[in-house]
Ligand binder design. Sequence first.
Ligand code: NAP
Length: 480
Amino acid sequence: MSVNFDDLGNAYVGGAWQSTARDFPVENPATGETIARVADLDRAQIDAAIGTAAAALPAWSARSAHERAAVLKRWAAALLAGQEDGARLMTAEQGKPLAEARAEVAFAASFFEWFAEEAKRAYGEVIPSPFPSKRYSTLRQPAGVAAAITPWNFPIAMLARKAAAALAAGCTMVAKPAAETPLCALWLARLADEAQVPAGVFNVVTTSDAPAAGAAFCESGVVRVLSFTGSTAVGKLLFRQSAATVKRLALELGGNAPLLVFDDADLDVAVAGTLAAKFRNAGQTCVSANRVYVQAGIHAAYVERLVEAVRRLRVGDGRDDGVTIGPLITPKAVAKVERLVRDALARGARALIGGAPHPRGACFFEPTVLDDVRAGSALLAEEIFGPVVPVVRFETEAEAVAQANAVDVGLAAYAFTRDLSRAVRLSESLQAGIVAINEGLPSVAVAPFGGIKESGLGREGGRQGLDEYMDTKFVCLGVG
Ligand code: NAP
């Protein structure tokens, strides 16, 4: 393997690699082995990185959109050229199967491509004036320094999605990756360096003290945008902490996605869609199908086919050929999934396959299908973040939609039906920022991604993604 982990042990600030007296370990979740040690920045060092990004802002924001686009395209090309290295690093650090890691690197590159082009379309407008002596127009300008806090589950793509939009808009960025997966962020920084992103425009601060980074970003008057992807609990904390500086927040928080299978669904499509929406990244995605509602007439056939398909999944080290389910991120994550499954079984659910930690190691859990999961089970209320499908039977569309919507979050929702009118109704009635009909993988750079209700604020990707990092300025011109 050509990626040298030792090279990635330092933070990246001001175009230079920064070491610290303290460091923290990064472990491979499949084996528990320490694969690298990474610089552990303290609050003062994070504050200094914010200052570095602020110093780089005037020159970067003054570049034309076309010049910024050229830089972002070089970054995209570097990702694609390094796809195999990045994938191998990601699998070693995060655990997902290599095929998924390769797909994530390509997905990350697609955001640089997309926002490189969107930068050129950051149009203002001319507003017809009701007064002969005044002219009105708007300009869209970079909001300032942006900060990013990213999770471990998509350690390259989540950061790429934020950095591409921010830099395209003309902002500079300071990013804090999850302590479990700093190497992927540092690898992205290495590619930024190769792509000649100017010094100070993109900075990665690694730290084991996430609250210190959160406080530094929130309390800084210089940081004008904070983009966070992670849990709803931490998102709410950052929201509160940002009040003092009235900071713009983009919050991509937790989901609890319902997946509805109707009697009129194409069974093959529904089962394939469920596998994609549930088992990608071992169920550790914010858009993972978390509750599967199946109509009574198709229930028996669906669960039989689903269990057959789940039996074919292969659990193991993501680096091994043919493995489709890697480890969960930590033993703690396994303990959480086990608690949720036990609670559901105690309340009357039946395990059709799986149901326990996997003997492969401390971070593994068996791919699981639980049928007849009862209302009130914690499995239906909490984000599982593991390879478990809870199945609930329903009779009518109205009943299914009511249950799907009866949660405080609304990120993604899935439905499988061949009835066109029902598909239209569901796309309107399901309370989620993303509705996927007859499809298990909706995420794409060209469309807006984000939640409603407590799943967050703002959108990433799509033409909307640029808005998070831009201010609209109104210009009133008197023409005497
Ligand atoms: P998490 O604990 O909220 O961690 C996410 C990030 O926040 C990490 O970088 C973490 O750093 C940092 N963090 C933790 N405590 C903090 C604090 N007090 N102040 C500032 N930063 C803090 O979330 P997770 O459990 O790792 O990730 C899974 C969650 O992310 C799920 O809820 C999932 O749905 C959500 N998610 C949402 C999306 C989306 O787009 N909506 C995408 C992916 C994941 P450390 O790791 O160093 O503690």
